[in-house]
Design a binder for this molecule. Sequence first.
Ligand code: PAZ
Length: 373
Amino acid sequence: MSAPESSQAEDAYFASNAPPKQLAAHTALAEAFITQHAAANRRVVLVTSGGTTVPLEKNTVRFIDNFSAGTRGATSAEYFLSAGYAVIFLHRQFSLLPYSRHYSHSTDCLLDLLEEDSDGRVAVRPSDSDRILDVLRKYQSARRNNMLLLLPFVTIGDYLHELRAVARLMAPLGASGLLYLAAAVSDFFVPPERLSEHKIQSTNIVEKLYPKDTPSPSPQIEDEETFDNFDASPRVPRSKRLIIDLDPVPKFLKSLVEGWAPLGMIVSFKLETDPRILVHKARYSLERYQHHLVIGNLLSTRKWEVVFVAPGREDRWLRVARHGGWGDAEGRPLRPDEVPEGDPEQEIEALIIPAVAELHDDHIAKSSSVEKK
Ligand code: PAZ
């Protein structure tokens, strides 16, 4: 797609997909947040986190979801805060949040850390007090100093409207703005004109009762180049199946780099499941969108290893100890030079964020030397 074509596709997307109701309120909050921290000469990072949904109905009962618990984004936000960044956390509603993430799993439920003391009051179990205190202090400091702004989204449409609005607000920050895009974003969606108003029915009850008011289910995918699971002789008749036809989401990364926040540093993530294509796909994305860093990760090993793919640099793998010993995704033992040193409990974001911040330093230094010339 040529540049004018892609900007037309983007304009058409934003014109036909309504913004979320909270957009104006979120934009006002983000503007005040950015102004406050820019005045204090503080770096601001937009962290996106969690998966976007693709609704199948306007009154949504069913939707397609993208995989992401929000661990990467929430954990990264904490390390950015520790590194002195003010963080705008654009996240999927109800996904993991910085700090509270430590106690929101069923394996580490907050209630299991509490007990009733002899006066009938609730107290933290003494054995857990230190680790809770550590998280609590960091959380309260972020709150007190207004260092963390939480903005939720649900659908792909919400996400793109919010991303565009916040990225544009960050544009005046120039090179000191950082966009760290860890959210898992749908590549496909159902355009509003093909969305059923009401819950898609598995029987023809609506047609029988209201023949003229039939919701139009989407026609089937016909592009032969794309992968599909088309069944030429289905056991279930075609009339009883739900065939979903999705349009591609415009490639917003191009707009981000070229228009929304052209001077900021842009970091995207690339998730794959096939180790053979990860680096190739990360490099392809970097070349296509001309941004500053792609962090590649595999679904099965994302908590223990990632690869940094950046222009003009060697690919750089970052690794931490994985639970249950050392080894790659297939269980192959790591070579001695691949075995990471240090704390086996260490989170990989403890390595990712300092490495990103270092590249951000370079980005700022380069852009100020260009300005001086
Ligand atoms: O949220 P999580 O920790 O469960 O998963 C994080 C992730 C794998 C979604 C993230 O690291 C990532 O790769 N995001 C980009 C996904 C994509 O390629 O669209």
